[in-house]
Design a binder for this molecule. Structure first.
Ligand code: PBG
Length: 324
């Protein structure tokens, strides 16, 4: 035998030398839930070790993450039911606690990069990402609401707007409104290939944001489709997306790969709540090794072609990578 691939695996030093994919904390975005009030750290049953933080405690959490090398945060609001309505007006209200939290994080940690979620569901009494009219999601009348929400977030200091709603034309609409309001430096990371997935369950528990009727299949993509992701990517990029996202991540590695092969725009993947919960549940039963299963899952997303990964594992991965 002239070729013995095992020779390149014979020690950890050699394995490190020939390692093809590298994942560092530079590539991670940490999703964080914020809730109104003071001194709150609420647990979420289906998301172990993830909390809903009030803004005061959230500052300490952000500081801890920055020390671990996590520098990008995707912030989500858990809004009380009495503030929700059919047009999601609380999303841009002056006294919105989420926007106040963003301001306070930026004041205390100007070096932290903050990303927002743009969709109606956390603020909508219907629990849908778009405006419900006569039992249907009205695409075009949703766009001005999303734009108004985006401007309010930009005013609060958000660095990256993350439209997660899957309405047609929203990237271009939001880009135009941002520019008209002097926010041409605010980036857009579009949830571009976002599938109607069963794996968002724990996230909807965290925000109490499940749809009040029906499902999200008229706007989120059919899990069976891959070519359609090319159409979505082409549109979002032509409308001005700076980065595009595939979501969920590990069940859609083929889609990540496909977009990476076909576009030059940076690609991120959202390692969603259900993917996190699955590993935790198996590890709690002693059926999987938590750290190894997590590291392999994240590495697979990077290997498939994601530049960045949004993941609830960010803190644990940072600790593992730094050996703490
Ligand atoms: C809101 C939104 C969802 C997620 C991110 N943004 C839920 C949904 O679309 O129903 C899911 C994230 C996760 O499961 O971790 N539009």
């Amino acid at each position: 035998m002239y070729n013995r691939p095992r020779r390149n695996r014979k020690s950890s030093v050699i394995r490190d030398l020939v390692q093809e994919t590298h994942l560092t904390t530079n590539h991670l975005i940490y999703p964080i839930f914020v809730v109104d009030g003071k001194n709150k750290k609420e647990t979420i049953d289906s998301l172990p070790n993830i909390y809903r933080w009030s803004a005061d405690l959230l500052l300490k959490e952000i500081e801890e993450c920055l020390k671990l090398g996590i520098r990008i945060f995707d912030i989500f609001p858990a809004v009380d039911d009495h503030l929700k309505n059919s047009t999601a007006t609380y999303s841009y209200a002056d006294d919105n606690f989420y926007l106040e939290a963003i301001r306070s994080i930026k004041e205390n940690f100007p070096e932290a990069v903050l990303m927002s979620d743009v969709a109606m569901d956390p603020y909508s009494s219907d629990g849908h990402d778009g405006l419900v009219l006569n039992g249907e999601i009205d695409n075009d009348q949703t766009l001005p609401i999303l734009a108004r929400m985006s401007i309010a977030q930009a005013q609060a200091g958000i660095d990256i707007i993350g439209p997660s709603d899957m309405m047609d034309g929203r990237v271009g609409y939001i880009r135009e409104e941002l520019d008209l309001n002097n926010f041409s430096n605010v980036s857009i990371m579009s949830y571009c290939a976002k599938y109607a997935s069963a794996y968002y369950g724990p996230f909807r528990d965290a925000l109490n944001s499940a749809p009040k009727f029906g499902d999200k299949k008229t706007y989120q993509m059919n899990p069976a489709n891959k070519q359609e992701a090319l159409i979505e990517a082409e549109l979002d990029i032509s409308e001005g997306a700076d980065m595009i996202m595939v979501k969920p991540a590990t069940l859609y590695l083929d889609v990540i790969h496909l977009l990476k092969e076909n576009f030059q725009t940076p690609i991120t993947a959202y390692n969603v709540s259900g993917e996190y919960a699955m590993i935790h549940a198996a590890a709690q039963k002693g059926w999987l090794n938590y750290e190894n299963a997590m590291a392999e899952m994240l590495l697979s997303i990077k290997r498939a072609g994601a530049d960045g990964i949004l993941t609830y594992f960010a803190k644990d991965y940072a600790k593992l990578a730094r050996n703490i």
